[in-house]
Design a protein around this ligand. Structure first.
Ligand code: PMP
Length: 432
């Protein structure tokens, strides 16, 4: 079917809240390229929103999935367990830097992992509250909507949110929130609304994902670790977007050396197959009784096979080194953009988790969300999938596969430069 025919079906049958605003339908994909239903070729700088750190349809993952399909496609693991689940648990326990010996539960999506992490924290501490952060994003289930630090558009139409969720400021000095101020805010939350005697966990992203790719300073993460220890609260780190190699390490928290109690992960775990995980210190993970975590499809055999293949690819193909190298390359290009374009500001990257902000005025950091929207639209017309994010909607984030070929990367970056020139003109051109 053509894009036009598929758009008609979408309009008629897909619920508005679930319908993509994009009008090109994916037909086929390979590494950093997608072809749409009309045969147009697009470069994917969104990587399925950070799902495809090793690219679309990595051949080793495809083979592992096919092999698994030939053996067992599904059994509910609580009824009849299978090798893949326990092997994934073993591997994740070995690579995830939580305190002590790690145990694992598998789920299907990022939001579901966060839901379960909160369940574990409540069971382990016997306490209720969770503290989350401004600009944070954790999903679209009720608990995670309540935890998100950005309400619109996710939680605007859905009535009352679950309680016992409190919020503190996230340190983003560029937007006027210093690390000191963020810590003061957190301590104030603990003194006022979120009594530590009833607070189970502090949940944060070590690098804000949807909130704009701002990394928390290592000293802030260390302070949170100390506060959690002081009050018997768990430190839960949400690495759904920053994990699995995006930042040049397996998990972003490793850059700080801080050991949390629990790490949640999803997205790039299985190269696009649905799976997520909660990995935490054994005594916490074992706090709730039989059959209380999980569900019919959690950690399906096919997704587990894909995860094991992804972990093998990481080892065999030096994915962490590739992530760092890609980040270095992007940083170099961003530095040039900051010189060439008056609107490009605040280039930053932790490995390949990289972003720039588009601003109306560099001195005041005035966000230009309209320009970010216009850039993404123009890039898409020229064959590049590009995503914005951030509390102010003006961050352009880069989530292309770390396995992207140099020529394709170059082609994509050139599309951004050409689009920016068409939209705002370059500084050099303006002053010439
Ligand atoms: N946590 C973070 C940090 C995320 O970036 C996301 C997805 N963008 C989620 C949780 C939710 O994941 P999912 O969409 O798989 O539920």
């Amino acid at each position: 079917m053509t894009n036009a025919q598929l758009n008609e079906l979408k309009q008629r049958y897909v619920a508005s809240g679930a319908a993509s605003p994009a009008t090109q339908f994916a037909d086929r994909a390979e590494n950093a390229l997608i072809w749409d239903a009309d045969g147009n070729r697009l470069i994917d700088f969104a990587g399925g929103i950070g799902v495809l750190n090793i690219g679309h349809r990595h051949p080793k993952v495809v083979q592992a999935v096919k092999d698994q399909l030939d053996r067992v496609m599904h059994t509910c693991q609580t009824v009849m367990p299978y090798e893949g689940y326990v092997k994934v648990a073993e591997k994740l326990s070995q690579v995830t830097p939580v305190r002590g010996h790690a145990k694992v539960m598998l789920a299907n999506s990022g939001a579901e992992a966060l839901e379960n992490a909160v369940k574990v924290a409540r069971a382990a501490t016997g306490k209720n509250n969770v503290i989350c952060f401004d600009g944070g994003y954790h999903g679209r289930t009720f608990m995670t909507m309540a935890m998100n630090g950005k309400v619109a558009p996710y939680a605007t139409d859905f009535g009352t949110m679950p309680g016992n969720v409190f919020r503190a400021p996230y340190p983003v000095p560029y937007h006027g929130v210093s690390e000191d101020e963020a810590l003061r805010g957190l301590k104030m939350a603990l003194k006022t609304d979120a009594n530590p005697r009833d607070t189970a966990a502090i949940v944060l992203e070590p690098v804000l994902g949807e909130g704009g790719f701002y990394p928390a300073p290592a000293s802030f993460l260390e302070a949170i670790r100390e506060i959690c220890d002081e009050h018997g609260m768990l430190m839960i780190v949400d690495e759904v977007q920053s994990g699995f190699g995006r930042t040049g390490k397996m998990f972003a928290i490793e850059h700080s050396g801080v050991e949390p109690d629990i790490i949640t992960m999803a997205k790039s775990m299985a190269d696009g197959m649905p799976i997520s995980a909660v990995v935490g210190t054994d005594k916490h993970m074992d706090a709730s009784g039989g059959n209380s975590l999980g569900g019919t499809y959690t950690g399906s055999p096919v997704s587990c096979a894909a995860t094991l293949a992804v972990l093998e690819v990481f080892e065999q193909e030096g994915i962490l080194e590739k992530s760092q190298a890609l980040g270095d390359k992007l940083a170099e290009r961003f530095a040039k953009w900051q010189q060439d374009f008056a609107c490009v500001d605040n280039a930053r990257n932790m490995g390949a988790m990289a972003a720039v902000d588009l601003v109306a005025d560099k001195a005041s950091h005035t966000p230009d969300a309209d320009l970010a929207g216009a850039l993404c639209k123009k890039a898409r017309e020229k064959g590049l999938i590009l995503l914005s994010c951030g509390l102010y909607g003006n961050t352009i984030r880069f989530l292309m596969p770390v396995t992207i070929e140099d020529e394709i990367l170059e082609e994509g970056l050139a599309i951004i430069e050409e689009s920016l020139e068409e939209l705002v003109g370059s500084k050099t051109a303006a002053s010439a």
